[in-house]
Design a protein around this ligand. Structure first.
Ligand SMILES: O=c1ccn([C@@H]2O[C@H](COP(=O)(O)OP(=O)(O)O[C@H]3O[C@H](CO)[C@@H](O)[C@H](O)[C@H]3O)[C@@H](O)[C@H]2O)c(=O)[nH]1
Ligand SMILES: [Mn+2]
Length: 720
């Protein structure tokens, strides 16, 4: 009896995956295969079976692939699934912990203010005591349009919140609720819908005008704030603006606070990490809630019970003393049926995450994450600082003069000079992937985390819908990851000491991700050139080593497919994902590696290029729905993949021809070329058959042709 009773009161459970034993056995077998392969390479190098340059390139590629394989494998050793039981969380409303929600936005044109307002509304209406929630919006775009939209959101929330609670609405983003057809058609709903439509019109009107005009100002509560946007105000140079748009002191509503931190051209603002640290300080002065939720402005809440789910872990005395954060997966709305751009990011956001969860816990993914505020102030045992520290009791009115003055002061751009912000406290600076880096440093300090992935998605975001945007986004990630890989806190050295072998290898999975561009380039060009010059660089079918290659190749791909299907994906999605791996390898990762190297040599700089969430091109949207690749507008990022596509086609044709004319053809080489050709079908189509705006620009195809020719000439010297 006893254990069962205990079971039924616990707030969460954890189940290891059934595949674990099989995966561990396979890991040992595959490792032996890799060792044999390394021996084979070493042997060829010593006996000089083919040119040293070729063998070295293959060896280098295989070392990188083997290392990346080891990193994925460490995440396959102990995958776990968790379930939490929010219905068992029993607490009086007055005992719920306070919750601060941070929403980041940075550009009113790439991130439409109406979307930001909807995100805010979806969390303002959480199933949670309203007076315990404070929503802080950081606007790095310093935009009066965003502020206006939030003022409208505050007004609307006074009707929206009671309506949602009364009718137990599940979709609490009004845009989602009113655009679906499932809402009731009664009078109350119709009135509210009308109100929302009016608000939408007003917000879209100011966005169209590009400013809050005198007509619009009349409809709002604090017209005087807009005077701050005078002629001196620019995106990179403006004073702090903090405005309490709604407060729980005057009504039983959540607090809503707008913050646009001070910007100046002479001081570095550290992109999103800087924005989050500003919110950490401002919220610390105003409410200092023990729990913090970070959200990107495109990630609206899809489930009002989410905070209670997070509390199932954060409030459990058995685990909460070292628990740093509870991460929810990133899910996206509007992805096409077979997910041609692998936008679901199934491997990073699901498959790997359950692997981390069985070790020390998932990495921080930048959004949809509930933190214990305490983690931002040093390791669990270290003494704390008090003024802005986690134990400060913020019991004054958030509208009190001194509170506002202090909040204003800590949002200033010089506030962090000579402090530990960004290095030892807060979100960490120095990488374009501040989320990955911050989570890593927290794990190194000894904090743990938990992955919470309920059936009904907790949040929905927007993912880029054209290939340029997808590869551009991942180029930024690649640069950020390399910054971590090569800093003094690299997961491979510092991480190994603090986290142990498997968790640090798990972190290396991302840090060294961009390196896969090297083997992909080698395997995409070298065997193909070998076919063209009728040389073989891999063992022939009669050689026993041939079977080792076959085993390693099919073994890795099969396991990858297994991972996908066991986590509920389809065969087609997996196929598209592996294709995108190659595309990213020849674009995002390659260019990321290049830009990072140039930056390290002080030859160029880079910044945080915000991904666009707006999409007004109907034709493009249609093509996306029909799963047609979008290659426009012209970008040099497509050049390597177009070159590889042409080269493989040539090699494929030549190789097939060779089968009939030569004795023992180069089977592995030809297999690689055929595999690449099948993967490249959409590229050939975009090069020659398509006429629409998403086709591969002529310029890119032409340059790729020239590049292929140059490579063949170089190949001549290499192989003859
Ligand atoms: O100077 C900046 C730049 C960006 N942002 C915000 O950062 C968020 C993420 O930017 P986005 O362009 O959407 O980047 P993604 O690549 O889609 O974001 C992923 O990768 C980022 C790190 O590169 C993480 O911060 C995100 O949480 C994660 O979803 C957005 O809310 C932006 O408003 C700022 O607040 N200030
Ligand atoms: Mn985003």
């Amino acid at each position: 009896m006893e254990p069962r009773r205990k079971h039924s009161t616990s707030l969460h459970t954890c189940h290891p995956c059934r595949r674990t034993t099989l995966y561990r056995i396979y890991a040992v077998v595959h490792t032996c295969g890799i060792i044999a392969l390394m021996y084979h390479h070493a042997h060829s190098l010593v006996t000089r079976r083919s040119s040293t340059l070729i063998t070295s390139l293959l060896l280098l590629s295989d070392i990188i692939l083997a290392f990346l394989w080891a990193t994925t494998t460490s995440l396959r050793l102990n995958p776990v699934h968790r379930t939490e039981y929010p219905e068992r969380y029993e607490s009086k409303p007055e005992n719920f912990p306070k919750l601060d929600v941070f929403i980041c936005t940075a550009d009113p044109y790439k991130e439409p203010p109406l979307m930001v307002a909807n995100t805010a509304l979806s969390v303002l209406t959480y199933d949670y005591p309203a007076d315990k929630i404070s929503v802080y919006v950081s606007d790095d775009g310093g935009s009066s349009l965003t502020l206006f939209a939030l003022m409208e959101a505050a007004k609307f929330s006074k009707h929206w919140l009671p309506y949602c609670k009364k009718n137990n609405v599940q979709d609490r983003s009004p845009e989602v609720y009113f655009s679906s057809n499932s809402h009731p058609k009664d009078e109350e709903t119709q009135n509210l819908k009308g109100m929302y439509e009016d608000m939408k019109k007003r917000v879209e009107h100011v966005v169209d005008c590009g400013k809050v005009d005198s007509q619009s100002i009349k409809s709002i509560q604090f017209p005087e704030v807009f005077d701050l946007w005078d002629h001196k105000f620019t995106l990179n140079d403006h004073p702090t603006i903090t405005k309490v748009l709604q407060s729980n002191e005057t009504e039983i509503m959540p607090n809503l606070i707008y913050v646009s931190r001070e910007k100046s051209k002479v001081s570095s603002h550290h992109f999103k990490a800087g924005a989050l640290n500003t919110l950490l300080r401002v919220s610390s002065v105003m409410t200092n809630s023990p729990i913090i939720l970070t959200l990107d402005c495109d990630m609206y809440s899809n489930d009002p019970t989410t905070p209670v789910r997070a509390l199932c872990y954060l409030s459990d005395p058995k685990i909460n003393s070292g628990l740093g954060f509870v991460q929810f997966p990133q899910k996206f709305q509007g992805i096409n049926k077979n997910d041609i751009y692998a936008s679901e990011l199934k491997r990073p956001f699901d498959i790997n995450t359950i692997g981390y969860d069985g070790l020390m816990g998932p990495i921080y993914m930048g959004t949809g994450c509930f933190f214990n505020r305490r983690v931002f102030y040093g390791p669990p045992s270290k003494p704390e600082i008090d003024e802005l520290g986690p134990n400060w009791i913020a019991d004054k009115s958030i509208k009190a003069q001194d509170v506002l003055a202090l909040a204003h002061n800590v949002a200033g751009c010089n506030y962090e000079l000579n402090t530990n912000w960004g290095s030892k406290i807060g979100f960490r600076y120095g990488s374009l992937v501040e989320d990955y880096y911050t989570g890593f440093m927290l794990h190194c300090e000894g904090w743990r985390s938990v992955f919470c992935s309920p059936k009904r998605a907790a949040f929905y975001g927007i993912s880029p819908k054209s290939l340029v945007d997808v590869v551009g986004q991942q180029k930024r990630w690649s640069i950020g990851l390399l910054e971590v890989a090569l800093c003094k806190y690299s997961p491979i050295s510092y991480g190994f000491k603090s986290l142990g072998l498997f968790m640090s290898l798990g972190y290396c999975y991302y840090a060294f991700w961009p390196l896969c561009s090297i083997p992909l380039t080698v395997y995409g060009l070298l065997p193909q050139l070998a076919i063209l010059f009728e040389v073989s660089i891999f063992p022939k079918a009669s050689d026993p080593w041939f079977w080792l290659y076959i085993f390693l190749f099919f073994g890795s791909y099969t396991q990858d497919l297994f991972d996908f299907s066991l986590e509920g994906s389809t065969y087609r999605k997996w196929w598209n994902d592996q294709r995108m791996w190659m595309i990213r390898g020849l674009s995002s990762f390659l260019f990321g590696l290049l830009e990072f190297t140039l930056k390290t040599l002080n030859l160029s700089t880079y910044g945080f290029n915000v991904t666009s969430k707006a999409n007004d091109d109907d034709k493009q949207r249609k093509r996306y729905e029909q799963e047609i690749f979008e290659f426009g507008p012209s970008s040099s990022m497509f050049l390597p993949m177009a070159t590889v596509a042409i080269m493989n086609l040539l090699a494929f044709v030549w190789g097939i021809y060779g089968i009939f004319t030569r004795e023992e053809g180069p089977i592995i080489e030809l297999m690689l070329a055929s595999f690449a050709v099948v993967n490249c079908l959409p590229i050939y189509e975009a090069m020659v058959l398509r006429k629409d705006n998403g086709k591969l620009p002529k310029k890119v195809s032409f340059l790729a042709g020239i590049l292929t020719f140059v490579l063949i000439v170089l190949g001549y010297f290499l192989f003859k």
